[in-house]
Design a protein around this ligand. Structure first.
Ligand SMILES: Nc1nc2c(ncn2[C@@H]2O[C@H](COP(=O)(O)OP(=O)(O)OP(=O)(O)O)[C@@H](O)[C@H]2O)c(=O)[nH]1
Ligand SMILES: [Mg+2]
Length: 179
């Protein structure tokens, strides 16, 4: 049987864990475009993505999933639609230890409306608590959005595979509804 090729996008602000997640999930070594982080006021870490991340995971015999990550810094916004082209779904990572994390999440939902309205997005909260998960569900319902919200550590492959499988199950349900 011909394998199905799917493109999933990882979005979210600087330091959310997009590069980490794609590295963790990929079967082979992921490709990234990391440079030394000269924007430590924004987020204090050694490196930051300047173009994109790429990796791939074979979920089962028929599903090879391609994983693309955007550079989270807003001054790279112009390349986001280029990287997003052809993506069928997205994982929005937010780092709940950051002071403005709720607005960060809303910002990225607004930046990728095509992936939000089709129900093809999962929110993955990094470094968050059960209470913060409930806060996000409440915030989303205020925006009339019903999206899965998961607590996900981007260094944990099992959690990421589950997040990806939930996203893909939702995409399959959407396809059935619109058939
Ligand atoms: N303690 C802890 N560290 C984490 C976690 N997730 C990521 N990190 C670390 O936090 C840093 C940020 O992760 P990145 O994956 O570079 O973030 P990014 O979303 O790709 O950021 P940009 O490319 O700059 O947009 C890295 O040093 C990770 O090792 C986590 O859940 N807990
Ligand atoms: Mg990155």
């Amino acid at each position: 049987m011909t394998p199905v090729h799917n493109k999933i996008l990882f979005i979210g602000p600087m330091g959310a864990g997009k590069t980490t997640a794609i590295q963790t999930l990929s079967d082979d070594m992921a490709a990234n475009t990391e440079v030394r982080n000269s924007n430590r006021d924004m987020y204090d870490k050694a490196t930051t993505t300047v173009a994109m991340d790429y990796g791939a995971i074979q979920l089962d015999d028929e599903q090879l999933v391609h994983l693309y990550g955007i550079p989270g810094q807003k001054h790279f916004e112009a390349v986001w639609p280029v990287i997003a082209k052809g993506a069928i779904g997205a994982i929005l990572l937010v780092n709940a230890s950051q002071p403005d994390w709720q607005n960060d999440m809303l910002y990225f939902l607004n930046a990728f409306p095509q992936l939000v309205t089709s129900g093809s997005l999962v929110v993955a909260i990094n470094r968050g608590s059960d209470q913060q998960q409930l806060q996000i569900l409440e915030l989303l319902s205020q925006q009339n959005l019903c999206l899965p919200v998961l607590l996900t550590d981007p260094r944990d492959r099992g959690q990421l595979v589950m997040t990806l499988e939930i996203l893909i199950a939702n995409l399959e349900i959407e396809t059935l509804i619109h058939e």
